[in-house]
Design a protein around this ligand. Structure first.
Ligand code: ADP
Ligand code: MG
Length: 392
């Protein structure tokens, strides 16, 4: 359903309060009776603002601003009695709401202000009234309805603008976090590449094996930077996995061989012979397991034991990554898979949310259990290769 435009919404509200063409003509007719009071009402309004420090603080431009604001207010009252409530009228009311957000004026004051103007206008209509009392009552009702509609418009626009701003602030924070995380993730490999290129450019008689080892180092770092970008990219637009038969034992063997783990971490891999095959996208699955393994290493800064095990489980294969690291309490455990959740000073907090997204695209499940001070186990369950998932 398309969102209503402000004008359509206004027409909707008009029907709701029973606003009619007669109301509009009554407003027009009452105009000349009240026009003489507009500037007094505006004066009174700003005197009242002046009495409230919270409201007064939004007036930052001194007397000249007050003069301008009073003029705007008089125009606003003139428009109330113009008898024309078209699209432009509605848009100008919306702008008032937007403006209030911009200057930080609480809606409390708008409500109080309109209530004050309401009684002022009611009195003004009565002072020069020459018709019967029924006509006066009807006109006052029209004024009331119109002010209610105006208030609804301003309030609506205020809320919309308020949320828009809040969201854009939130987006900026998120972009900042992601950008900071990417910057960090890429700085490390770039530094290593820089050191190696420096060596290659400056050492004239380096032995060929040394040259080769630096080139390989550069190659590895380029690959790992590529993985960072691929990871983010796959999160932004996770492609449908290209499923093929994957031998779990072989897959895990290859993976652990290519990962460079810290020396002080001992790795144990345990895969039962019949851990079997699954249908999976090896490239995407390596993102998952590299993330789990990297997290496990992060959790063991002083070293420890990393156990990777694969076993048959109900109609599938269960692969677990267990560490003997710091662990997590319940509260953190509940949030670890939320995008951008991280407890690391320089984490991105995307690793697990990407991993979960990938596992779910494989019709599998990613779960975690942990104990503070003892360690954490992440378990990936994937359906076995016998029933080919349809892959959506
Ligand atoms: P990042 O590693 O960038 O922080 P992740 O999504 O990979 O993002 O992980 C999110 C958070 O989950 C981590 O910051 C950490 O607090 C927690 N976490 C993940 N894995 C482990 C683990 N093996 N042990 C303890 N905490 C973990
Ligand atoms: Mg991580």
């Amino acid at each position: 359903m398309e969102a209503l435009s402000p004008f359509e919404r206004y027409q909707d509200l008009q029907r709701y309060v029973g606003w009619s063409a007669e109301d509009a003509s009554r407003m027009l007719a009452a105009g000349p009776l009240v026009a003489g009071h507009f500037s007094t009402l505006a004066d009174d309004f700003y005197e009242e603002i002046d009495r409230h420090p919270d409201a007064r603080k939004v007036i930052t431009g001194g007397q000249p601003q007050i003069v301008r604001l009073k003029r705007t207010m008089v125009r606003w009252m003139e428009e109330l009695f113009s008898g024309e409530y078209d699209e432009q009228y509605v848009l100008r009311r919306c702008q008032i709401g937007h403006r209030h957000v911009e200057i930080g004026l609480s809606q409390v004051y708008t409500i109080a202000a309109i209530s004050r103007l309401r009684s002022g206008l009611m009195d003004a209509v009565g002072l020069k009234w020459q018709g019967d009392s029924e006509g006066l009552l009807a006109t006052r009702m029209s004024v009331n309805r119109l002010l209610d509609l105006d208030l609804a418009l301003i309030e609506d626009a205020y809320q919309a603008e308020f949320h828009r701003r809040e969201q854009s602030v939130q987006r900026l924070i998120t972009i900042g976090q992601v950008a900071g995380g990417i910057a960090h993730e890429l700085r490390n490999p770039l530094n290593i590449i820089k050191t190696s290129t420096y060596f290659l450019l400056n050492s004239q008689h380096a032995p060929p094996e040394k040259v080769r080892s630096h080139l390989e180092r550069i190659d590895r770092q380029v690959n790992s930077s590529d993985a960072v970008i691929a990871g983010l990219n796959s999160f932004a637009r996770l492609p449908v996995p290209e499923l093929r038969r994957v031998d779990i034992r072989q897959f895990l063997k290859q993976l652990t061989e290519t990962l460079e783990l810290p020396q002080e971490i001992t790795v144990q891999t345990q895969t039962t012979k019949d851990a079997g095959e699954i249908f999976g996208d090896p490239q995407q699955l390596s993102i998952v397991f590299s993330n789990l393994i990297r997290n496990a290493c992060d959790a063991m800064p002083q070293g420890g034991r990393l156990q990777i095990a694969a076993d048959l489980a109900k109609q599938g294969v269960e692969i677990s990554v267990r560490d003997s690291g710091v662990g997590m309490d319940k509260e953190i455990l509940q949030r670890v898979m939320d995008p951008l959740f991280t407890t690391k000073a320089r984490g991105i907090g995307l690793g697990l949310s990407i991993s979960r997204a990938i596992v779910e695209k494989h019709h599998g499940r990613l779960t975690a259990s942990s104990e503070t001070g003892k360690g954490t186990t992440f378990t990936v369950w994937l359906p076995e290769a016998t029933d080919i998932p349809t892959g959506d």
